[in-house]
Design a protein around this ligand. Structure first.
Ligand SMILES: [Zn+2]
Length: 423
């Protein structure tokens, strides 16, 4: 029998973590521990897509490729998906680390014109070319650490021109590749200095002017809001999210991060794709999220870098049947480019098992950004976005801290990282 020619074969994987079976709906409850691992597994790839997944022997008997990757002794997983990043920003905020150490609270730093407001000044001042260049470098760093798709928010403009500039940078980088970026409009990230004390006027502007413009320019499929006490409270958040929805932007929400405000309930009410953070989500809110099939995108690096003692109650979300996804919360206050560390934090700080954390960082993260039809698992018909880790067991992704364990990254069927280095 002649073998079918394909572009690329990955074979001999000690563990091929497929995360299969959850394309139609995310994994919940006990399913979150089901990685569907194939030992001595292989994948055949053609035209950027996965065409077959089976034991190495079967694949090598049925397919032939000019390029073969021997993943001997290694672990192969779907490319990691980061479902929450504040990816586009200029400057950095290393000086705030010392304030945090002295115990100055996040909202206090914000009130003094630091935090987000400082990054807003830097991002407004940056040219589009400079922003693109710094973000390209960041995108490559993410890729080197096994991340193949991210959700990327605007939100350091807080004025229309810079919000548009930020979303254009995200869209340009996505077109350029190899990292895939899914843009979210987050004009309601903070109240800009020029609207101090005039939150209603700012909300009005976002709803009446900015959202229709973002939709007209087709810059983002999602609209997000930083729903928090003293920032955008429930009624304001609701208005923004429902206005976005009317204009075809799917809602997602920063909910109950620092204070129990009812963000989880609001996420369910507006039919959000995802509610994120959720450290203070109420029991009712969690139940409502389950009923409304809202994904809980948990971000354990956020409380770590905010130096909080509290983490989201991942076990409660899982036992209630809410699908849990992960995100890095990459931002100037959480400068984290190695997503493997988020998987480890999910285990050590939120008591997720390594299997649950991997499901949350792949197929459930794909659901959080509504891309599960294309990515998030190693299954026939999906995009060939694959990470190969130099570890003998998938549990190392939860267990080992801070090291980049990536050997190879395949994006859209092409090898983009080899021996941990960009090609
Ligand atoms: Zn965020």
């Amino acid at each position: 029998m002649p073998r079918t020619p394909v572009d690329l074969i990955i074979h001999n994987a000690k563990q091929l973590v497929t995360a299969s079976g959850f394309t139609q709906r995310p994994a919940t409850g006990r399913e979150m521990g089901q990685l569907n691992i194939l030992e001595d597994g292989a994948v055949a790839i053609s035209n950027g897509q996965i065409v077959a997944v089976s034991k190495s022997r079967d694949i090598l008997d049925s397919y032939d490729a000019s390029e073969k990757i021997d993943a001997g002794g290694e672990v192969v997983t779907p490319g990691l998906i980061d479902a929450h990043t504040h990816f586009v920003f200029a400057g950095s905020r290393e000086t705030e680390l010392e304030l945090k150490i002295q115990g100055v609270k996040y909202l206090e730093i914000l009130e003094k014109g630091g935090g987000i407001l400082r990054t807003v000044r830097d991002t407004r001042a940056a040219s589009k070319g400079d922003l693109l260049a710094s973000c390209r470098k960041r995108a490559n760093n993410l890729l080197k650490h096994g991340t193949t798709t991210i959700e990327a928010k605007s939100g350091y403009g807080l004025e229309l021109a810079t919000e548009i500039k930020s979303l254009e940078v995200i869209n340009s980088l996505n077109e350029e590749g190899p990292l895939s970026l899914v843009p979210t409009f987050l004009g309601a990230h903070a109240i800009p200095a020029e609207f101090d004390g005039k939150v209603n006027e700012y909300v009005e502007l976002i709803c009446e002017d900015w959202i229709p413009r973002i939709q007209q320019l087709r810059l983002a499929p999602f609209c997000d809001v930083f729903c928090e006490k003293g920032v955008f409270e429930i009624e304001e958040s609701k208005r923004i999210l429902l206005t976005g929805k009317r204009h075809g932007l799917m809602p997602r929400i920063h909910a109950d991060e620092l204070y129990p405000l009812g963000g989880a309930e609001l996420a369910a009410e507006v039919g959000a794709a995802s509610a994120d953070h959720l450290l203070y989500a109420s029991e009712t809110g969690i139940e409502k999220m389950k009923q409304a099939a809202v994904v809980a995108t948990l971000l354990p690096a956020a409380p770590l870098t905010l130096m909080l003692d509290r983490y989201a109650d991942a076990r409660k979300f899982i036992s209630t049947g809410v699908p849990v996804a992960l995100g890095s919360d990459l931002s100037p206050s959480c400068l984290l480019e190695n997503y493997q560390l988020v998987i480890a934090l999910a285990c050590y700080e939120m008591k997720m098992t390594p299997a649950e954390a991997l499901i949350a960082a792949t197929i459930n993260a794909a659901h959080s950004i509504r891309r599960a039809d294309q990515i998030g698992s190693i299954e026939t018909g999906k995009k060939a976005d694959i990470a190969i880790f130099q570890v003998p067991d998938y549990r190392f992704l939860g267990y080992q801290l801070g090291t980049n364990m990536v050997d190879t990254v395949v994006k859209n069927g092409k090898v983009v990282v080899r021996d941990g280095r960009l090609k």
